[in-house]
Design a protein around this ligand. Structure first.
Ligand code: ZN
Length: 67
């Protein structure tokens, strides 16, 4: 699972408009400024502040429940 890098260039954190970086497995986009992760579900980044997962929780395996 991978996002095109040009898409990554366009995407910005909805909270702070800052740059995002891809998680190592490519399953989320990290905003280091906000300390949150936006999950990527079926190749679509969930760019919603209310669905953002705190980085600590993400690293413990938490994912947004989008079903
Ligand atoms: Zn941010």
């Amino acid at each position: 699972m991978a996002l095109p890098t040009d898409l990554l260039d366009i995407l910005a954190c909805p909270k702070c408009k800052g740059d995002l970086r891809l998680t190592e497995p490519g399953d989320g986009l990290i905003c280091l400024a906000c300390g949150v992760v936006y999950a990527i579900v079926e190749d679509i980044p969930i760019m919603l502040i209310e669905e953002a997962v705190p980085l600590d929780d993400w690293n413990r395996g938490k994912r947004p429940d989008l079903r």
